[in-house]
Design a protein around this ligand. Structure first.
Ligand SMILES: C[C@@]1(CC(=O)O)C2=NC(=C\c3[nH]c(c(CCC(=O)O)c3CC(=O)O)Cc3[nH]c(c(CC(=O)O)c3CCC(=O)O)/C=C3\N/C(=C\2)[C@@H](CCC(=O)O)[C@]3(C)CC(=O)O)/[C@H]1CCC(=O)O
Ligand SMILES: NC(=O)c1ccc[n+]([C@@H]2O[C@H](COP(=O)([O-])OP(=O)(O)OC[C@H]3O[C@@H](n4cnc5c(N)ncnc54)[C@H](O)[C@@H]3O)[C@@H](O)[C@H]2O)c1
Length: 509
């Protein structure tokens, strides 16, 4: 808004300052689906008003009268069969039984005449070309599920109303609707003293206006699920460990490990630290970052890949827990992706052994896909307007993510997070939920890997885990602090670089 104050638009210094109420309009939210509305005029403005009505009240009872009706109105009404289109000039009996009339013909005199007829019947009117004759104005509307804002500039500037709408749309994450859903349920359950009820509702919603550290709901379904899965995962890991490596040899191995630890572990700790920092903040790229880092320090590719997978269980566990603690997890999204992701990972790890020879083809194909996602994310940021297109086949996306992650040695985050963010989901909640689910996905693939290949390279694994555990809380905090746009730009660039690198590596020359 700064440029409104500089040389672009000069306001007359003599302009009198209004002393009366700046905007005396009284806002209400009408149940248009239970009223009868008449629109007169079927041109560009008739279309705009009808679209606004149906976008808010899809089942609104509307009759639109005009000798010529815009093609887009016909197309719109095809999706709202209760709307009646009447192709002729306005007649007085169109006003019969109407509660509200919107007048939008291109004939100024006619508009005024219709308005006077409506007024004599005490029908509320909106006259598109004459604000002075309106009983009410339409507002710009922001909608997030059940939450709705109506914006009015008192007719001074519909364009500013539109801009304010865009700002508010950006500022509120879609998840606000979940909060409303939960509050609706709590509100219905609270009974007894009215004052006490209001006090409780105020306490519950305090965190919405003043971010206080979130206390986890004691028995939230997510935390029960997380504990349950973690317990099962630990049991499976323990079972595998003791089946394949007897207690005696673990003792011996521990002594060996202690004896072998040398200054190299600092490098592995650093690798874990850097990789988890990137992954925790951006929701992706732990595998790729850690592997790249280890390779550049001379660790063999096999050792690097095996250790990265094993250490990922611990690092993504800590990181997922931190996201949960900081309230970055959208439990609905988490629940929808965790099981398909785990199944995909098990399938991928199992099939890896039969598909190993085709990895050189699979990897660049996955990289090409993530490259496109990276470009899509950047394009969305640069275009500013992110239109949310819900991802319908979440389960399929998660299965593919888990599968390719196990096969390609990474890709859960880049595939699942990037797709969701590219489709307009809120980066903070997406990254939090995808990161928490990654814990279970990496347990699934690592357990399958261990079952086939056993565990080796203790020092590397230990270093990665130590480094990752230190930076996980920092990463989760960053994900909360970084502005949405900055996060999307970084995610986009990281995805593009990592994908290009994989594609270049796959080239035969
Ligand atoms: C909010 C929105 C709802 C909607 O209509 O759905 C809406 N106008 C929108 C857009 C818009 N309308 C116009 C432009 C072109 C730029 C410009 O002219 O400024 C744009 C901008 C654009 O399209 O980008 C032209 C225009 N509008 C009115 C006049 C007559 C006049 O002022 O004399 C003229 C001149 C006609 C001419 O010169 O021929 C009058 C009104 N328009 C209102 C509402 C009411 C006041 C709302 C408030 O208090 O802010 C009010 C008083 C009565 C009413 O219509 O209810 C919608 C937001 C879209 C969104 O949310 O995306
Ligand atoms: N409020 C706003 O947001 C806003 C925005 C832009 C323009 N306007 C004003 O709205 C008016 C309409 O603009 P437009 O672009 O839709 O014009 P338009 O020429 O595209 O459409 C006019 C419509 O009125 C219909 N019409 C003409 N005579 C009629 C009659 N006797 N009975 C029923 N319908 C009749 C036509 O068939 C046509 O469908 C203009 O006066 C314009 O200044 C208002």
């Amino acid at each position: 808004m700064d440029n409104l104050q500089d040389d672009n638009i000069t306001l007359s210094p003599a302009a009198p300052v209004a002393v009366e109420a700046a905007n005396p309009l009284f806002p209400v939210f009408l149940k248009l689906e239970e009223l009868h509305t008449l629109v007169v005029g079927g041109g560009a403005v008739g279309l705009e008003k009808l679209s606004a009505i149906l976008a808010n009240s899809p089942k609104a009872q509307v009759r639109l009268v005009a000798p010529e009706i815009h093609v887009d109105i016909w197309a719109l009404v095809a999706k709202h069969p209760q709307v009646e289109l009447v192709v002729r000039e306005f007649q007085e009996n169109d006003l019969a039984d109407k509660d509200i009339v919107l007048i939008a013909t291109d004939d100024h005199v006619l508009n005024k005449a219709i308005r006077d007829l409506a007024k004599s019947r005490k029908i509320l009117t909106n006259v598109a070309d004459t604000p002075q004759q309106c009983d009410f104005y339409l507002g710009s509307v922001v909608q997030k599920g059940s939450l709705k804002f109506g914006i009015s500039t008192n007719g001074k500037s519909p364009t500013v109303a539109k801009r304010v709408k865009e700002v508010l749309h950006e500022a509120f994450p879609e998840e606000i609707d979940q909060v409303l859903g939960k509050m609706g349920k709590i509100r219905a359950q609270l009974n007894g003293d009215f004052a006490e009820k209001v006090k409780q509702l105020n306490t519950l919603t305090e965190g919405l206006v003043r971010p206080v550290p979130k206390k986890k709901a004691r028995f939230s379904l997510t935390s029960v699920l997380v504990t349950l899965f973690a317990a099962i995962a630990l049991m499976i890991t323990g079972h595998l460990l003791f089946t394949y490596i007897p207690l005696q040899s673990i003792g011996n191995a521990a002594m060996d490990v202690a004896g072998q630890i040398d200054s190299d572990i600092l490098v592995f700790i650093l690798a874990g630290f850097v990789a988890q920092l990137i992954d925790g903040a951006l929701g992706m790229a732990y595998g790729v970052s850690a592997t790249t880092f280890l390779l550049s320090f001379g660790v063999s590719p096999v050792a690097a890949s095996a250790s990265v997978h094993a250490s990922e269980i611990f690092t993504s566990g800590v990181s997922g827990w931190m996201h949960l603690k900081f309230g970055n997890v959208n439990s609905k999204l988490f629940k929808n992706i965790v099981l398909p992701g785990v199944l995909g990972a098990i399938l991928g790890a199992y099939l890896l052994f039969s598909f190993e020879e085709y990895l050189f083809i699979i990897k660049p194909i996955v990289a090409l896909y993530t490259l496109v996602l990276g470009i899509l994310i950047l394009r969305k940021v640069l275009r500013k307007k992110v239109k949310k297109q819900p991802v319908k086949r979440l389960g399929f996306l998660a299965t593919a993510g888990g599968f390719l992650d196990a096969i390609g040695g990474g890709g859960w985050g880049p595939i699942v997070s990037s797709t969701l963010i590219a489709k307009g989901r809120n980066p903070m909640y997406t990254i939090g939920s995808v990161n928490l689910a990654e814990f279970f996905v990496s347990i699934a693939s690592s357990a399958t890997f261990v079952a086939f290949a056993g565990i080796s390279h203790w020092q590397v694994i230990l270093g990665l885990i130590l480094g990752g555990s230190i930076s996980a809380p920092i990463g989760a905090r960053l994900a909360r602090k970084l502005p949405v746009k900055t996060m999307m730009i970084i995610v986009g660039i990281v995805v593009i670089i990592v994908s290009l690198r994989l594609i270049v590596m796959a080239l035969p020359f």
